[in-house]
Write a protein that binds this ligand. Structure first.
Ligand code: FES
Ligand SMILES: [Fe+2]
Length: 356
């Protein structure tokens, strides 16, 4: 896709908190992961006390790649460079070398991190500036909840476009086949925070035999373009789920869309579900979570071809009922240093409302 006067490209790296890795994946990778994130080569690693460090992947000494493929490793809670053996702590400071005192100036270029429910995020600031706001405080209660199911899809895309789906209710019927989609409250926008609440109904086929009619309340809590957290309640069964939808720019063209789902305890279902009564209570959340994750994946795969091939429309030609998209675009402007691509959207909506 190329930029034109009508179709300026959005800057690929809007400011915010972006997913880096799960604690689970980090532990599976001998506590050190190297990846491309926000157009940068980075490493993510942790020490023996669960301290996490996200840093530029090249050693400040003589520039060696610190990733595990080249020989970087975590030893005794320190990151060890494969070239001359400089050792770093999770603050990024060089604390030892094999042949002399650690140079004070040898410091990794680190990113501010935050961990929520075993999901590790790092702050990406305009021109490297410090965090301007924070992800929600506290940890969601895990009592009786299933483990996370995590699924990652990489495709050409942009986090503003994927997050826009939370306010674009029209596509829920057209792309995903949901029924009775209705907005519950007006969008709530406060600084970097946006809430979108809506209800819908959907029918899920279970193992080609049963049809499960679901009536869902969704409460999408959005903290910038890299962190969408959706509280989902199926009201006829009384089932709670959590979804994290985490869009992370990779290289300026592709994004990684990480979908994390978790299902809550189901002690006394409000309605009978075939087979469920035979399952011990502790097995219900993980099994239901697998089903739900399967459907989430199906929904995302319905969106991916559209996201991958679409053009960004800075002046979308909206219908009168879609004012939320203009509000959303105005909210997004705060995450860019150059707001020209997003700033005139709400005027466009206002113009159109007047013209309709
Ligand atoms: S380049 Fe890393 S210790 Fe020399
Ligand atoms: Fe969608």
């Amino acid at each position: 896709m190329t930029a034109t006067a009508d179709n300026p490209l959005l800057s690929p790296f809007p400011e915010g908190w972006y997913f880096v890795a799960s604690r689970q994946a980090l532990e599976k990778s001998a506590n050190l992961i190297r990846k491309t994130w926000m157009g940068e080569e980075i490493i993510v690693w942790c020490d023996d006390n669960s301290g996490v460090c996200v840093a530029n992947a090249y050693c400040p000494h003589l520039g060696a790649d610190l990733g595990p493929d080249v020989g970087g490793c975590v030893r005794d809670g320190r990151l060890v460079c494969p070239f001359h053996g400089f050792e770093y702590d999770t603050g990024g400071q060089c604390v030892a070398t094999p042949f002399g005192p650690a140079p004070k100036a040898a410091r990794l270029r680190v990113y501010e991190t935050r961990e929520i429910a075993g999901l590790i995020f790092a702050w990406w600031g305009i021109e490297g500036r410090a965090p301007q706001w924070h992800l929600p405080a506290g940890e969601p209660d895990q009592t009786g909840w299933s483990r996370h199911h995590i699924w990652i899809s990489r495709f050409p895309g942009h986090p503003q476009e994927t997050t826009e789906n939370s306010v674009d209710l029209a596509h829920l019927t057209h792309v995903h086949g949901y029924d009775s989609v209705s907005r519950v409250d007006p969008l709530e926008i406060e600084g970097h925070f946006l809430r979108s609440r809506f209800d819908f109904a959907t029918t899920r086929k279970v193992a080609k035999i049963a049809r499960l009619k679901l009536s869902v309340e969704a409460n999408a809590l959005i903290y910038g373009l890299g962190y969408s957290y959706v509280e989902v309640r199926e009201v006829t069964i009384g089932l709670d789920m959590r979804l994290w939808i985490l869009a992370t720019p990779v290289d300026g063209t592709h994004i990684d869309l990480t979908v994390v789902s978790q299902t809550g305890p189901l002690l006394k279902p409000d309605r009978r579900i075939a087979g469920l009564a035979f399952l011990p209570q502790r097995l219900r959340p993980p099994i239901i979570n697998r089903f739900m994750a399967y459907f989430e994946k199906r929904d995302v795969l319905q969106d991916v071809p559209i996201w991958s091939a679409k053009q960004y429309r800075p002046r979308p030609r909206l219908s009168r009922s879609e004012g939320e998209i203009g509000q959303y675009r105005a909210y997004c402007a705060q995450f860019y240093s150059d707001t020209s691509a997003t700033a005139d959207c709400d005027t466009t909506v206002a113009d159109q409302a007047a013209a309709n």
